[in-house]
Design a protein around this ligand. Structure first.
Ligand code: CA
Length: 364
């Protein structure tokens, strides 16, 4: 969907046309404009994903402003143009140029996609950015999507998510058996191996399912988004810091042929707007979740606590097993896994004397 702004070219050359003849082709190229479509796995109006600082609509606005209208992106919530989880196929086919979601929805297409959203017991926000931007993560992401004719980059992050809402207390691994729980991605696989009956539902279907008892437990994001869905009205126990999603990356998925048609300056604008939204959205989450958590505990009598250590240890062991099995099955997954774990080992040693040490030994 390209259109050349001929009126600008005609209007601006005028009497000086003869002297600027050499510059003419570059003016035409520079003024080529693009109208793109971006779909999302999240419903219209969803905070963080669709609305607010660093969201999909904010990203589109920033790109339009920075490009002076040369790249306009129309944003569609889940179900408006395509169903929630069909963004991968739509971008691959070129039906839309972009999709805004999380790569872990595509593990059925290519398992390695999991690593670019969140790995259970994996890197936090700072570590994830280190791996993606400077540790080869984004290059691997693009390598994984090359067979599908797509490129990707981070465009948001929730920070650490919450373990989720449970109707009953979880005191041991045995309490997980037979539990019906909404949870996507690799963490769902891990829970399933420990006897959980795993369901993957779009955000909008979680509350009615939990309220009616179709499911007994659910994870979504964090206090702000969870409260908005009303999950605290359907379950009493809120298990806190999420082993399953230590820093969940939002993915900007782009059709490669469309991407290659963009001039370099517009590509740079997209990359910089996405990087800005990565930081801005995470900042928004910190403030919004701090407020919402206080409200949930003070005003809604939510019981917030971490999972028992024995359950965490069982989940950790199972995660290691699932990741090892996936790596053994697929060379590309192994390549990504090795890059991720090598980076994490080094980052953990650094963090022990920097960020982590600050939180545990200095902050008080
Ligand atoms: Ca989640």
């Amino acid at each position: 969907m390209e259109s050349k702004r001929r009126s600008f070219v005609a209007g601006s050359l005028g009497a000086g046309a003869a002297t600027t003849a050499l510059a003419f082709p570059s003016i035409v190229r520079a003024q080529t404009s693009f109208n793109w479509k971006m779909t999302s796995a999240y419903a219209k109006g969803s905070p963080f994903y669709m609305d607010g600082p660093g969201s999909a609509t904010d990203l589109a606005k920033r790109i339009e402003a920075m490009s002076n209208g040369r790249l306009k992106i129309q944003v569609f919530g889940a179900g408006e143009l395509i169903p929630a989880f069909e963004g991968f196929d739509a971008v691959r086919a070129g039906t839309v140029e972009m999709n805004h979601a999380n790569s872990y929805f595509w593990t059925g297409k290519t398992f390695a996609a999991q690593y670019f959203t969140a790995v259970p017991f994996g890197l936090n926000f700072q570590g994830m950015n280190g791996w993606l931007y400077d540790g080869g993560g984004i290059d691997l992401w693009n390598e994984v999507y090359a067979p599908f004719g797509m490129v990707a980059m981070p465009c948001g992050n929730t920070g650490v998510q919450m373990t989720g809402w449970f109707k009953k207390e979880i005191n041991s691994v045995a309490d997980l058996k037979g539990l019906k729980m909404r949870i996507p991605g690799l963490a769902g696989k891990v829970y399933a191996n420990l006897g959980v009956d795993v369901k993957v539902l779009p955000g909008g279907e979680i509350f009615p399912a939990l309220e009616r008892g179709v499911i007994d437990a659910a994870e979504f994001v964090g206090p702000y988004q969870d409260r908005r869905l009303g999950l605290h009205k359907a379950a009493r126990y809120y298990y806190t810091t999420g082993w399953h999603e230590p820093a969940t990356v939002s993915e900007l998925l782009i059709n490669k042929a469309a991407w290659q048609k963009l001039p370099k300056d517009l590509q740079a604008i997209v990359e910089n707007a996405a990087a800005a939204c990565n930081v801005i959205s995470e900042g928004w989450c910190q403030k919004a979740n701090a407020d919402a958590m206080e409200d949930l505990i003070k005003n809604h009598k939510v019981i917030a606590r971490p999972l028992p250590d024995s359950v965490i240890e069982a989940l950790r062991k199972e995660t290691e097993k699932v990741l090892a099995e996936a790596s053994a099955k697929d060379p590309l997954t192994r390549k990504v896994h090795e890059s991720y774990t090598a980076f994490k080992a080094k980052y953990d040693r650094w963090s022990e004397v920097s960020e982590e040490a600050y939180h545990t030994k200095v902050r008080g």
